[in-house]
Design a binder for this molecule. Structure first.
Ligand code: NAP
Length: 257
């Protein structure tokens, strides 16, 4: 089995890479530098693990990398885990940083689009494969100060739902996973009080849950179950009630997985 994971050098992506390696898959990862990759996978030599230096904002480079990884092989699954958030504590954000907002849309959304395009060049002729997007529970309702992040993840959810309909007849599955908080550098950088967040997952735990969604070829799943039900309820509450419930938590810690 050949799996490519964008953002596979850190957090959820790295945990998924470890998990698939333990199942005997050949895994390609991109994200970070070669040094970051070596630090993330100190026992990588001799394993079926390949590192590609790639910024998913580069459309042509993404196509080149996916083509190189798949040369003479099938491409069974691409997991798009590369993502960014504000990168600084939410409680210290006083004004909108438009450069950062652009970066968030470019990586989270356009980076995903580039990944899909590159994957389909290999998967469509083979009429098989699976594309997995890592969205976020933050897709389901607006949260203050992380508008670009919430919007980029909501767009991923809707785009994947549509893509799944179009690619089914081509033999290609599209899965979208919307995690709650995971204890990773992304969440640590952005989220004050992370340790107090309900249902916080270790990357290994999030990877295990994501693995079951992927293997089950499910279309859209919020993980873990506690966040799934919270999200379901919060998204259906009247806006004023939801905001009143979230406000004390947002004021205390900022917010957004
Ligand atoms: N942590 C959470 O609470 C949480 C919750 C819900 C959803 N998510 C989503 O889960 C995914 C993984 O996040 P994480 O928490 O595991 O974060 P992380 O530990 O910061 O990992 C993010 C990965 O994405 C890579 N990346 C960032 N920009 C890139 C680019 N332009 N091109 C290629 N790779 C790039 C990073 O590599 P670099 O070293 O190059 O930056 C890193 O390998 C993201 O999509 C995130 O939005 C996270």
């Amino acid at each position: 089995m050949n799996i490519f994971i964008t953002g596979g050098t850190s957090g959820l992506g790295a945990a998924l890479a470890e998990l698939y390696l333990s199942k005997g898959a050949r895994v390609g990862v991109c994200g970070g530098t070669l040094e970051i990759f070596k630090a993330a996978f100190p026992r990588a030599s001799g394993q079926r693990l390949e590192f590609y230096e790639l910024d998913v904002r580069d459309r042509d480079a993404t196509r080149r990398v996916l083509k190189a990884f798949s040369a003479g092989q099938t491409l069974d699954c691409v997991i798009a885990s590369a993502g960014v958030n504000n990168g600084r504590p939410r409680d210290q954000i006083a004004s909108i940083d438009f450069d950062r907002e652009h970066l968030i849309f470019d990586v989270n959304l356009k980076g995903f689009l580039h990944t899909v395009e590159a994957a389909l060049e290999v998967m469509l002729p083979a009429k098989k494969g699976q594309i997995v997007a890592i969205a976020s529970a933050a897709a389901y309702f607006p949260l203050s100060k992380v508008g670009a992040y919430c919007a980029s993840k909501m767009a991923l959810v809707r785009y994947c739902e549509s893509l799944a309909m179009d690619l089914k007849k081509e033999g290609i599955t599209v899965s979208c996973i919307a995690p709650g908080y995971i204890d990773t550098p992304l969440a640590r950088a952005t989220q004050p009080g992370l340790d107090d967040i309900p249902f916080l997952m270790a990357p290994v735990e999030a990877a295990r849950l994501a693995f079951h969604v992927i293997e089950g070829k499910k279309e859209l799943v919020v993980i873990p179950w506690g966040v799934r039900y919270l999200t379901y309820i919060l998204a259906r509450l009247p806006k004023c009630v939801r905001e009143r419930l979230l406000r004390p938590r947002q004021n205390r810690m900022g917010v957004s997985p």
